[in-house]
Design a protein around this ligand. Sequence first.
Ligand SMILES: CC(C)(COP(=O)(O)OP(=O)(O)OC[C@H]1O[C@@H](n2cnc3c(N)ncnc32)[C@H](O)[C@@H]1OP(=O)(O)O)[C@@H](O)C(=O)NCCC(=O)NCCS
Length: 183
Amino acid sequence: MAELLPEIRRTKAGVQILLRSSITDDAEAVKFIAESVLQETIFHLSAPGELQLTLEKVSERIDACRRHPSNYLLIAFQDNKPIGTIEFTGGHRQRIAHTGELGMSLLEGFRNQGIGSVMLEALIDAVRASGRIEKMCLSVLGDNERAIALYKKSGFMIEGVRRNHIKFEDGRRADIIEMGLLL
Ligand SMILES: CC(C)(COP(=O)(O)OP(=O)(O)OC[C@H]1O[C@@H](n2cnc3c(N)ncnc32)[C@H](O)[C@@H]1OP(=O)(O)O)[C@@H](O)C(=O)NCCC(=O)NCCS
């Protein structure tokens, strides 16, 4: 089981953020955070409503993460309020089982205050400590400057660009940037 026991980290402004692995009881909060961020089409591959999240699906995802030794679904709290999630999924095939993909979401009112930085730091520390993973990967939209700045600050390097890989509903195109961190 890939589990992060509850721990408190401080942002650069000294705000306390509690981080831990999500449990089934968090399904509603995890669903709310995912749906809230997915409404902002500019940050994610999925169009709003496309994923059709249900409490059952989210609970299954949480359970699956807890069962798999290389998967994490961490939830972040500020003053007991769930405000963000960060997820890591280990590679599904033998030759990429030493790698995995991450994704993260923070509710809008909590961004740009250093909270994403502590969430990412906690995940990297947990994944590194597991000793199972050698490389963390992610895909980010080319115009998501804040996310790219955060990933670079945490040591991720750009490994490639998928040009015009995203086509929004209004016809606008965006690049996907592939990034990786060798642990
Ligand atoms: C991406 C996200 C997780 C980052 O979390 P966050 O708490 O906002 O990030 P932080 O405040 O910890 O760090 C952001 C960094 O980017 C910098 N930054 C912010 N806007 C920037 C911009 N337009 N250009 C360059 N750097 C920028 C900040 O100064 C900060 O760096 P610093 O700590 O050295 O000052 C969060 O904003 C979010 O959930 N966004 C919506 C969903 C999303 O984009 N998810 C990622 C999909 S890949």
